[in-house]
Structure formats: C-alpha cells, structure tokens
Design a protein around this ligand. Structure first.
Ligand SMILES: Cc1cc2nc3c(=O)[nH]c(=O)nc-3n(C[C@H](O)[C@H](O)[C@H](O)COP(=O)(O)OP(=O)(O)OC[C@H]3O[C@@H](n4cnc5c(N)ncnc54)[C@H](O)[C@@H]3O)c2cc1C
Length: 507
C-alpha cells in the first residue's frame, strides 16, 4: 500500500530532502544523464538552499510558525499541507508561505507550499470527485495525508508542449456555474490538440493506467519528489477523454524522463551571483514513456467537464502562495534598488525617487490586495477556508513583470554590468586601482559594493533575471486569455445600466 503512514517522518529536514533526491530518477542536462542532482553544479546551490529552509522548520524560532502537530500521527507537519477551516488557520498557513518567500527573496515559484496547495485543492473537491467515481474521493484524501505526513516536495506539469497551438482554442468562456474564480476560461470544443506529443492514456491494465506523451513545463522537476499532472485552463477542455488526467507520480517512476533547460546557476564564490546560484529552480520538459500510474494515484480521469469546472477550486490556495511570493519579489526590488541609489548617492534625486516610489506603489498594491483576499476568505463546499478572488492580481503581476526590471536598470546604470571578477579583486596588481575606482580607497567598501552590484545584476539584467521575469509573466497562464476572461466575468451590468439611464435623457 503506497500511502502507508507507518514510516511517515513529518516535516522535512534538509538532510532527508537531499537523500530523497538520490533515487535513480532519469534527469537529462546538456546531453548527459545526471546521476546525482544534489551534487551537480547546475542544481547544488538550489538543493542546499531548499535544505536550509526545510531545516528552519525544526528550529526553536520557526517550528511553530512553519509546522503543526498532526492529529493522526503526532508528527510535526508543514503548514504547506494544512487545511484551514477558519480565517485564523488560513493566516497561519499564510505565515508559513511568507517565511518561505522571505527566505528566498521571492525568487522561487515552486516553494513547497505552492504545489502542496494543489493537493489541498484535490482534497477540497473530494465530494465532486466522489460523484465521478467513488474511489477518487478516497484517493484525494489518502494522497493528501501521505504528502502532509511526509512533507513531499512537488512539481506540476499542466500544459501541452508548445508545438502547434492552432487547434487549441483559447477558451474565452467561463463556466456559467463556476463561482470559483482564479482560473481562466475554458472551452469544451477543443478538437484534437497535438496528437503527436500531448500526454494521453494509452491503455488500462490491472492496477492502473499507462501513459505516453509529453508535458511542458515543470519547474523544480529534477529537485522534486513527485510530479502532479493535471490540465491548465487552456487544456482542460478536450474532445478526447484519454487526454484528461489528474494524478501524481514519484519522480523516479520508470519511464518518466526529465529534460532540463540550460542552467542559469553560475559563479559561486564570495563575489559570485547570489541569486542565480541559490535560486535556479530549473524548468524541465517531462516525457512519459509508457509510464504506469496505479489507480490509487489517480484523482480524476477522462472527464473534461470536471477538469475545467473544478480547476479554479483546485488552484485557489496555490494562487495565494503566488501572490505572497509576488509581494516578496517586489519588496526585494524595493530594497535592492534603494541600495543602488544610495550607493551612487542619487537617492535624493527627484527622478530617482519617482522610480523608487513607483516600485513601492506596486508593493503596496500587492500587500493591500492580499489583505483584501484575506478579508474575503470563505469556506468552500469542501469545508476549506480559502482566500477571496485574486485573479486580477495575477494579471497585474504579469503587467508589471518587465517594468520592475526597467526601473532597476534605469537606477543602476552602467555599473550593473561592469563589476570586476573575484580573480580581478584577488590580483594585488589590480586591487589598488579597483579600490580607488570602486571603493574610493576603502577595501571593505569595494567588496560590499561589488557584491551589491552583482546581486543587482542577478536581479535585473542577467539571464536569470529574464527567466524570473518570463516566469512572472507566464506562469499563471496566457495573459491575453486571462484578461479576456476577467473582463467576461466581471459584473459590469449595474454600472452600465446607470450610465444608460443617465444618457437616456437630455442633460
Ligand atoms: C519560467 C516558466 C516556468 C513555468 N513553470 C511551469 C510549471 O511548473 N508547470 C507547468 O505546467 N507550466 C509551467 N510553465 C508554463 C506556463 O504555464 C505557460 O508558459 C503558459 O501557460 C503559457 O503557455 P505557453 O507558454 O504554451 O504559450 P502559448 O499558449 O503557446 O501562448 C503563446 C502566445 O500564443 C498565443 N496563442 C496560443 N494559442 C493560441 C490560439 N489558439 N489562438 C490565438 N492565440 C494563441 C497566446 O495568446 C500567446 O500570446 C512555465 C512557464 C515559464 C515561462
């Protein structure tokens, strides 16, 4: 029985996390199979950082903020898997997210509280799953318990490969009976998708299903314990049922192939790139080569209508985590850009303060929006307390994703690019010049300044910075579709009536 809790160890430790990744998974990078992701230079910085934050769960300072006692096993388990039933419990869950986001400076999209929220979402819709097939509700409940009691780190893969989008309608429909916002619209008219590549069930066998095909994209995949598979708003509407699946499998499942993109992690060392080295969470293509998925890991199958209808409820807590990350990311920009301005003594210049104020205005808008979501929190029919609708905030995040980089670049200027290397600084022949140029003769000021500008480079002009920006823009799905759907479902009838009334009579 795969969900037996006998050996469940509760909240993850750093060491347990590292060991859990040495499981024979099939990870490919730059044409080569990676035999140990924990020591490979493309991943080790990120692995160490995840391990460090997992260890915080066991410190006197943060244990109570990050974990709580399981009523079933007595283990301390992570708030990432909590199922809040009151507003206070929702805020306790939020506090754990805030710690993860602060510790990672808002740079990680797949902190463990993100995909865990989807598992909570599957739990939340268990009654709906029960109506589709009786065993599915039990699967969702058991899988949630298993993940919570073992603090499983998850990725998710919810889209088709980007090969041919002509057959994918962008689904500007919204389910008429779906009050659970936070998901885009969907279409049930999608004809064939990309038959050559999209993941599908090829056969049912004793004990489960067999799948073949690809999913794009899965952030954290080589560094996760399991991969959740379901369908995003763009792909939930299918005319062929074998393309509709919700399930989870361990990353070392035979036939599951993880194909990594070029790494962004670079230059460790005392003058290295602190963000790209620590927070390159990797985005990978997943290929399923006749992968067997046991029935108890299947949460839903073959039902396009349910996949679309329930998606908003499944995603709602994950969206909350994204918004908390967004807030910390913008706060990081506020901090770094202010330090850049101070370093160049331009922080009192009116134009610069205008830009800094713009950044602060974004941080404040996100903070206030999250408070609004907290205030609008409500119980779902499944009995879980979830925040109010944050869909528009996701669109706002995409709209400002480039702008925050622009501001940092405009305030930082040329020095963002022109920092000396560690070897330059270590060279006794060069160092006196560099101390004069950079530190005005003060050696420690040189070191501090170089590190600041290197960090700013990571944040706003490196390849890592662009990946972060692209993530912010895309990860909540197609922005064009999202805006169109937001417009479509926004209640504008009353204000339109008032205006019509006003213009129906002469002034
Ligand atoms: C850094 C990063 C990390 C990510 N991490 C994950 C992850 O962990 N898990 C996951 O599942 N996904 C992940 N994604 C994928 C993400 O969800 C998608 O990028 C997003 O949903 C948009 O899909 P797409 O990239 O396939 O773009 P497309 O859907 O192909 O859209 C590209 C452009 O084409 C237009 N377009 C597409 N189809 C049509 C059509 N039929 N008619 C008209 N216009 C069309 C769109 O409007 C858009 O302008 C990640 C993406 C990025 C960039």
């Amino acid at each position: 029985m795969s969900f037996d809790l006998t050996d469940a160890k509760g909240a993850m430790t750093g060491q347990r996390y590292i060991e859990s990744l040495r499981d024979g998974r099939e990870v490919w990078l730059d044409g080569e199979r990676v035999h140990d992701v924990t020591t490979h230079p493309a991943f080790s910085g990120m692995v160490q950082e995840m391990a460090r934050i997992y260890d915080l769960q066991h410190t006197d300072k943060l244990r109570d903020a990050m974990t709580f006692e399981s009523t079933e096993t007595g283990n301390r388990i992570s708030y990432s898997y909590s199922l809040p039933t009151t507003r206070e419990e929702l805020i306790a869950r939020k506090r754990n997210s805030e710690i993860w986001m602060q510790e990672s400076f808002g740079q990680l999209g797949r902190t463990p509280d993100f995909c865990s929220a989807v598992v909570c979402g599957w739990y939340d819709v268990r009654d709906e799953l029960d109506k589709l097939a009786p065993r599915l509700a039990g699967n969702a409940v058991n899988f949630h318990r298993f993940c919570a009691e073992n603090d499983i780190a998850l990725t998710h893969a919810i889209g088709d490969p980007q090969v041919d989008r002509t057959s994918v309608t962008q689904g500007e429909n919204v389910a008429p009976d779906n009050p659970w916002v936070g998901v885009g619209g969907y279409s049930l008219e999608n004809p064939d998708d990309d038959m050559a590549t999209a993941l599908k069930v090829t056969k049912e066998v004793t004990g489960g299903i067999v799948l073949k095909g690809a999913k794009q994209l899965a952030t954290l995949a080589p560094l996760a314990n399991e991969c959740l598979v379901y369908l995003s708003a763009t792909f939930a509407g299918r005319s062929q049922n074998e393309y509709v699946q919700w399930f989870s499998i361990p990353m070392n499942t035979p036939g599951l192939v993880t194909l990594c993109r070029e790494p962004l992690s670079q230059n460790p060392g005392s003058y290295g790139h602190p963000f790209s080295h620590r927070f390159d969470e990797q985005d990978a293509m997943m290929y399923f080569n006749d992968v067997f998925v046991p029935w108890d890991r299947v949460m839903m199958l073959y039902n396009s209508d349910a996949a679309a209808r329930l998606l908003g409820r499944v995603n709602v807590l994950a969206g909350y985590s994204s918004n908390i990350r967004l807030y910390e990311r913008i706060r990081t920009f506020v901090g770094v850009v202010t330090l850049l301005a101070e370093a160049n003594e331009i922080d009192e210049v009116r134009d610069v303060r205008d830009k800094l104020g713009e950044l602060v205005s974004y941080a404040e808008m996100v903070r206030l929006a999250i408070r609004g979501m907290d205030a609008d929190a409500a119980l779902t029919p499944g009995g879980v307390m979830v925040p109010g609708d944050g869909f528009a905030l996701g669109i706002f995040a995409a709209q400002i994703s480039k702008r925050v980089l622009d501001i940092a670049q405009q305030v930082g200027g040329l020095e963002l690019l022109s920092q000396p290397s560690e070897k330059d600084l270590a060279n006794p022949e060069l160092r006196p010049y560099l101390d004069k140029l950079i530190g005005s003769g003060d050696t420690s000021a040189t070191a501090q300044r170089v590190r600041l500008f290197r960090l700013a480079y990571d944040l706003c002009i490196s390849t890592f910075a662009t990946r972060q920006e692209v993530y912010e823009y895309w990860h909540r799905g197609d922005v064009t579709r999202n805006r169109s759907n937001l417009y479509g479902r926004y209640d504008r009838g009353q204000v339109m009536e008032r205006i019509k009334k006003l213009i129906s009579e002469p002034m």
